[in-house]
Design a protein around this ligand. Structure first.
Ligand code: 13P
Ligand code: SF4
Length: 363
């Protein structure tokens, strides 16, 4: 299958979907196939509620080719909970929230990591595994939070609040992590902030996560950067109140990147994996997940008794990752993430402090 493989430098950055499909078709038979769909019925069983059979016949040849190539390349796929079902259930080796993916990245034995998620996640894997090849299937898969702050922004906050530690969300670039004291994710932010000795703590870049944490850790003065997630900031408290009045029996679960008045209207708030754990534990008859749309899609087959209802918002960055691009990146080995070694060393301190503190708090 790898005969005649072009060298990366000969390969243009093929991110256009039609060009990508045409290029891949020269190397793999990717036409829709009922036979390949049936041969991979065990994978389809996990996404039947959300992926129609004709779509599976289209996806299955890509899934089969990626899974074969993964073994040939000694590659492992780490996928975020916001990936589409065909990625999440079809090709991922590990799925999880940002903290779980960062922890799993420290345990990878394979030579290659393919990060099905956004760029800061691939950078975090590279920071934790400098000797491994970390591929991002689309380097344009950014994040509005990561784009909202630079190291100069961190310096500005330090100048305004001298002596206050900087807790940066993992949704930041390697340079911002390197300029921070410690990282956090939505699943450990309150604990990380509470564990800081100082009375004043700087949180960057998500103002809403910071405001939600401030409610959970009233003993600290939390100051924040003015960043927001374009997916979660669009939900409003009025949306949730209206939805509840029309669907009083629905359990409403919101991600902490939502504004605090939205979180206040919800029955529960947690990281993406916290949300999954909550619905698995509580098994409400109806649930509205106030977060990215793939979340409900990915868990609905495992929880058939739950009716997932209500609006959700799509993350345009996460949705840049497709089966075609994953196959393309494994085929060409293009899209390797590089982090300047000096920056990586400093950023690793902030990420590792978070992982160590999370493990200590969980013990
Ligand atoms: P978590 O999976 O850590 O909850 O993060 C959500 C998110 O928006 C990642 O980009
Ligand atoms: Fe960034 Fe929000 Fe998309 Fe997550 S959901 S990658 S925080 S824009």
């Amino acid at each position: 299958m790898l005969d005649g493989l072009k060298q990366p430098e000969e390969f243009p950055l093929l991110l256009d979907q039609i060009a990508l499909r045409a290029e891949l078709a020269d190397h793999y038979d990717l036409s829709p196939s009922i036979e390949i769909a049936e041969a991979n019925a065990h994978l389809y069983a996990r996404m039947k509620r959300t992926v129609a059979p004709p779509d599976w016949a289209v996806f299955a040849p890509y899934v089969a080719a990626i899974n074969r190539l993964k073994a040939e390349r000694s590659a492992v796929i780490l996928a975020h909970n916001y990936m589409t079902p065909e990625i999440y259930h079809g090709i991922a080796d590990v799925v999880g929230d940002s903290l779980q993916l960062a922890i799993e990245a420290t345990r990878v034995e394979a030579d290659v990591i393919v990060q099905c998620g956004v760029h800061f996640m691939a950078e975090t894997s590279k920071i934790l595994n400098p000797a491994k090849t970390v591929l991002i299937p689309d380097p344009e898969a950014g994040c509005s939070l990561a784009e909202s702050i630079t190291p100069e922004g961190i310096a500005e906050m330090r100048a305004r609040f001298p002596g206050a530690p900087v807790v940066s969300y993992v949704n930041t670039t390697a340079e911002v992590k390197a300029a921070s004291d410690i990282c956090c994710t939505s699943s450990n932010a309150a604990h990380i902030v509470a564990a800081q000795e100082a009375d004043t703590v700087i949180m960057t870049p998500d103002k809403y996560l910071a405001q939600n944490v401030a409610k959970q850790v009233p003993g600290k003065r939390i100051v924040w950067w003015d960043g927001a997630c374009i997916v979660h900031e669009r939900f409003t408290a009025q949306d949730l109140r209206d939805f509840r009045s029309w669907n009083p029996e629905t359990r409403i679960i919101a991600h902490p990147e939502c504004p605090p008045e939205v979180v206040a209207e919800a029955d529960f708030s947690g990281s993406t994996s916290g949300i999954i754990d909550y619905v698995e534990r509580e098994r409400p008859a109806k649930a509205m997940l106030v977060t990215e749309c793939s979340m409900a899609a990915n868990i609905s087959d495992a929880l058939p008794e739950i009716d997932f209802v209500g609006p959700c918002n799509m993350c345009p960055y996460m949705k840049k990752i497709t089966l075609e691009k994953v196959l393309w990146s494994l085929h060409t080995m293009q899209g390797a993430v590089e982090v300047d070694p000096e920056i990586a060393t400093k950023a690793r301190v902030a990420v590792q402090r978070m992982i160590d503190l999370s493990r200590k708090l969980a013990a």
